[in-house]
Design a binder for this molecule. Structure first.
Ligand SMILES: C[S@@+](CC[C@H](N)C(=O)[O-])C[C@H]1O[C@@H](n2cnc3c(N)ncnc32)[C@H](O)[C@@H]1O
Length: 210
């Protein structure tokens, strides 16, 4: 990823192109429309997991969201997203080099977490992808508030697979419509977009004593 974003950073410096928009512009519109439809307050804290060039955060800022954070484990991606942020004049977007699989303590209490292609990237890691996926779910539970929303767009996993991946701590709220294709008489989607809600924290034994 670092080498890929190094190249994209160079292209940005040369011709001002922000680079690949994963899953196209419609994937950003889909996410923003959902937030708007559900009247998610504009001051909600939003974390973009594996932000890449940070363009989604810029679009969220243009839609009025003002508490935006993007992390990426690739320093070149964060450098690129900083340049994009600067070009767009969105200095209030927070950007940080962080490995989501080992999140720092300050990464917590988010109202909304968004993943567009990052779990896919992690799932393709040839080194212990299963363990990394489990860690991903643990990290998500530690950074997202109970009852917070998690919006994921994936081309690697079907709805059913994502439901089983996140089934324990998260509830599905909605499947967002994505383009369909027909093959051999069956209809499918090449991209899955789901909205989950983190389940409420279980009451502790101390709460019961109150
Ligand atoms: C397919 S790209 C998607 C980028 C961006 N979300 C978008 O939609 O344009 C996957 C991103 O995940 C990042 N990534 C992969 N593993 C990560 C990890 N463990 N922690 C943080 N970022 C990670 C990569 O550096 C890359 O920017």
């Amino acid at each position: 990823w670092d080498a890929a974003y190094e190249r994209e950073l160079q292209t940005f410096e040369d011709i001002g192109d922000t680079g690949e928009i994963w899953f196209g512009e419609e994937s950003m519109v889909r996410i923003i429309r959902w937030l708007e439809r559900h009247k998610v307050p504009l001051d909600s804290s939003v974390l973009d997991i594996g932000t890449g060039n940070g363009v989604l955060l810029v679009e969220l800022a243009k839609s009025g969201y003002m508490n935006l954070t993007g992390i990426d484990y690739s320093p070149s991606a964060i450098q690129l997203s900083e340049r994009v942020r600067e070009k767009e004049g969105m200095s209030n977007i927070k950007l940080k080099v962080e490995d989501f699989l080992a999140p720092s303590a300050e990464l917590s209490g988010f109202d909304i977490c968004i993943d567009k292609g990052t779990l896919d990237a992690i799932s393709l890691d040839p080194d212990d992808a299963v363990g990394k996926r489990k860690q991903y779910v643990r990290s998500l539970s530690s950074v997202l508030k109970p009852e917070g929303f998690f919006l994921i767009t994936s081309c690697n996993w079907t709805k059913e697979e994502l439901l089983s991946e996140f089934g324990e701590g998260f509830e599905i709220l909605e499947e967002l419509p994505t383009p369909k294709f027909c093959f051999g008489g069956r209809i499918g989607n090449s991209v899955t977009a789901l909205v989950f809600q983190r389940k409420k924290a279980k009451p502790s034994i101390l709460d019961k004593l109150d």
